[in-house]
Design a binder for this molecule. Structure first.
Ligand code: FES
Length: 142
């Protein structure tokens, strides 16, 4: 397992690439086995192997683009080293990130609260990579 703070890198029109994560859990909090140090989590909503990416984003022409920059400036993401990083998800809803998992967003922004934030995994948010509640309108299942 990779040492140090876990990170999430956002691939442009593809999955979330997670490195060094201590725990991945399902909607009930049950641990999910991570077979690799780097895991790819679906954010297009189309994977048949959720929460993992299975490459479907390329078949549905998923775009991760957003118009306005999202989140806050990336300044205060370094203050949560004491807590171990964990990712879980809500049934039919977003990924729930807690414990200081650093988000490397290409637009330079950071979550408003870097200790706890929600990332879209339905593919429909208008504020990607963050959840904006659109999963309810879409009837997302997963
Ligand atoms: S999971 Fe996509 S908007 Fe909430």
């Amino acid at each position: 397992m990779t040492e140090g703070k876990p990170t999430i890198d956002i691939s442009k029109n593809g999955p979330l690439l997670v490195k060094g994560l201590k725990k991945l859990a399902d909607a009930e909090g049950n641990p999910i086995l991570m077979e690799k140090d780097i895991i790819a989590l679906c954010r297009c909503g189309a994977s048949e192997n959720k929460p993992f990416c299975d490459g479907k984003h390329s078949k549905i022409s998923f775009t991760g683009e957003v118009s306005p920059p999202s989140g806050a400036p990336a300044a205060d993401q370094e203050n949560h080293d004491a807590v171990e990083g964990e990712i879980s998800y809500f049934e039919d809803g977003p990924l729930y990130i807690q414990g200081g998992v650093k988000l490397n967003n290409p637009d330079g922004s950071a979550p408003e609260d870097p200790a706890e934030y929600y990332l879209c995994r339905c593919g429909g948010s208008k504020n990607k990579p963050y959840c904006d509640g659109t999963h309810k309108e879409l009837g997302f299942k997963g």
